[in-house]
Structures are given as structure tokens and as C-alpha cells.
Design a binder for this molecule. Structure first.
Ligand SMILES: O=C(O)CCC(=O)C(=O)O
Ligand SMILES: [Fe+2]
Length: 200
């Protein structure tokens, strides 16, 4: 893939991600207090190639396990092969995000969920490869700066780097990210009465 093209593409995605996140936070009237929560220098592109898979006894193969993105916003460009699925909590079902030509998919990440006081969700998604087809996708991910303190009425103040370390530890211990997704570690991050007393 051409590096210069990717850089140009990344610059467009950066502008788009900033507009989307500003608009979403302003919509909740959270714009001003979260000015600067998106750190452009954290933005990066990831190009995925899911190779073709041949197996007679396995009609489908997992491309990427179910997860939420840790980002503030992710902008995804998938090719026409498809395979991205979004989890519907309401029905506990996986819904195909069918590729639409010239259309990008926007995932809100865990940081947007926390900053928006859980008004916006970081929705679980996964990739399930269609048989015998190679798939390419390009994701743009952007985060708060490492030292930006995320203030939320539902969680105690934390920085993205704290969150990232916690996730790494959780993955080692539990094999999965438990913050926000699961119940196990939620107490660590939700406001406790002693936290709120300290804050006063
Ligand atoms: O390849 C895709 O469509 C999804 C990639 C993804 O979910 C991720 O990198 O977080
Ligand atoms: Fe993802």
C-alpha cells in the first residue's frame, strides 16, 4: 500500500474524528468541559488483512474476537467482502454491518462511553470471515492524551494511560478487558463513597 496515500487518508480521518467527537459531546452539552479530550497525536491507522481461509470442516472462521474499542472514536473502512458484526445488547444477537459502498463505519470507544457518562455506548463488535475470501479493512483510532484526566459522573477520574495499564493487567489475569465491559473490576472505577467524600 502506498505510504503517502495512507498518510493523506489518515489526515482526513483525523479531521473527521475531531468533528464527530466535538459534535457528539456538544450534543450532550459536554463540549466545553471536555475541550481537548481528543489528542490528535494519538491517532493512528491500522490496516488489516484477513487472509483467505480454506477448510472443509469449518464453514466460517473468526476474524477478530468480540471486543469494544478502547478509543474515543474509531472510523472503519471495510471492503466489500463484509464480516463485521455488531452486538445488539437488547436481543443478545450479532447483526451484520453489511458493507455499503463509499460508507465508513464509526465505532464509539470506551473513552467516549466514560466521558459521556455512559450516555453513548462502546458497542461490542467482531469480525467473522466469509469463507474463501480475503478481507481488507482500515481502521483509524484516536484517544485522549495519556495524561488527560477523564472526568465522569460514573467513574472516578482516570487517565487513558491508567486505563490502558489496567486493561493490560486484566487481559493477563482474566483473558479479557473487564473495565466497563464486565462487572469484576467495575468497583475500581466507579465512584465510591470515599472517593466522593475526598472530592468535596
Ligand atoms: O476489521 C474490522 O472490520 C474491525 C477491526 C476492529 O474492530 C478493531 O481493530 O478494533
Ligand atoms: Fe474494534
Amino acid at each position: 500500500m502506498n505510504r503517502r496515500l495512507l498518510e493523506e487518508y489518515g489526515a482526513h480521518q483525523a479531521r473527521l474524528a475531531k468533528s464527530i467527537s466535538d459534535a457528539m459531546l456538544q450534543n450532550l452539552k459536554l463540549g466545553e468541559e471536555n475541550e481537548g479530550c481528543l489528542s490528535p497525536s494519538t491517532g493512528h491507522l491500522r490496516v488489516y488483512r484477513y487472509p483467505r481461509f480454506f477448510s472443509d470442516n469449518q464453514p466460517k472462521v473468526w476474524g477478530l474476537d468480540a471486543h469494544t474499542d478502547s478509543s474515543l472514536v474509531t472510523i472503519l473502512n471495510q471492503d466489500e467482502v463484509g464480516g463485521l458484526q455488531i452486538h445488539s445488547e437488547k436481543d443478545d444477537a450479532w447483526i451484520d454491518a453489511k458493507p455499503i459502498p463509499n460508507t465508513l463505519v464509526v465505532h464509539l470507544g470506551d473513552m467516549m462511553k466514560a466521558i459521556s457518562n455512559d450516555k453513548y455506548k462502546s458497542v461490542k463488535h467482531r469480525v467473522r470471515l466469509p469463507r474463501d475470501k480475503e478481507r481488507i479493512s482500515i481502521g483509524y483510532f484516536v484517544f485522549p492524551g495519556d495524561d488527560y484526566v477523564i472526568q465522569s459522573s460514573n467513574y472516578r477520574p482516570f487517565t487513558y494511560s491508567e486505563f490502558r495499564n489496567q486493561v493490560q493487567q486484566d487481559v493477563k489475569t482474566f483473558g479479557t478487558k473487564t473495565f466497563i465491559l464486565g462487572k469484576t473490576k467495575i468497583e475500581m472505577w466507579t465512584l465510591t463513597s470515599s472517593d466522593s467524600q475526598q472530592a468535596e
